[in-house]
Design a binder for this molecule. Structure first.
Ligand code: CA2
Length: 164
């Protein structure tokens, strides 16, 4: 009997080194050009630097992150469809597709993986057409105007939620 209890305790204890969360970070059209121009709006970090920063952040929190950047709407939809059963949370900057892609909205609605929408710039301080997000309706929330830190803030939100 004592032997049985011991085995149960071993099974229930969190495995040393096991992942806390698996994130998928999706970036839409033109975000591969980060850092190459318009630094006043999008900052000076390159896309690769953003990925490195988020990879480090995930590692510090015993988590992992995969990235998808595409200039093609269909590829972004495929990435969203691939998330269930693989990732715990999505952090997504749909780029300009934010403002008009009902297809991305439908893809996010079709899955149960929670998503936070991130924008590097403050879309509410910019042109009128950037102020509305079509995709945010399928997201837990939206972070904008905090630069690339916004991606990290979104990951942190999911990590805190996961702890509760
Ligand atoms: O602020 C954001 O993160 C945006 O999602 C960025 C999109 C824009 O269409 C959205 O309204 C707001 C554009 C991304 C273009 O990124 C570039 C970055 C550097 C150089 C060229 C493009």
């Amino acid at each position: 009997m004592r032997e049985k209890v011991k085995r149960q305790q071993i099974f229930l204890a969190p495995r040393k080194g096991s992942l806390v969360m698996k994130f998928l970070v999706i970036n839409g059209p033109n975000l591969n050009l980060l850092g190459s121009r318009e630094p006043d709006i999008y900052g000076s970090h390159s896309y690769q630097e953003l990925c490195n920063r988020l990879t480090d952040y995930a590692k510090q929190h015993n988590s992992m992150v995969d990235f998808c950047q595409s200039n093609h709407e269909g590829a972004l939809i495929d990435a969203i469809h691939s998330a269930p059963g693989v990732y715990d949370a999505i952090v997504m900057n749909p780029g300009a597709l934010t403002h008009y892609s009902i297809a991305l909205l439908d893809a996010l609605k079709a899955i149960e993986v929670p998503c936070i929408e991130v924008h590097i710039s403050n879309i509410h301080q910019r042109e009128e057409f950037r102020r509305h997000s079509v995709t945010a309706a399928a997201c837990v929330g939206q972070i904008c105007g905090l630069g690339v830190y916004g991606y990290e803030a979104a990951m942190q939100y999911f990590l805190v939620q996961q702890e509760q």
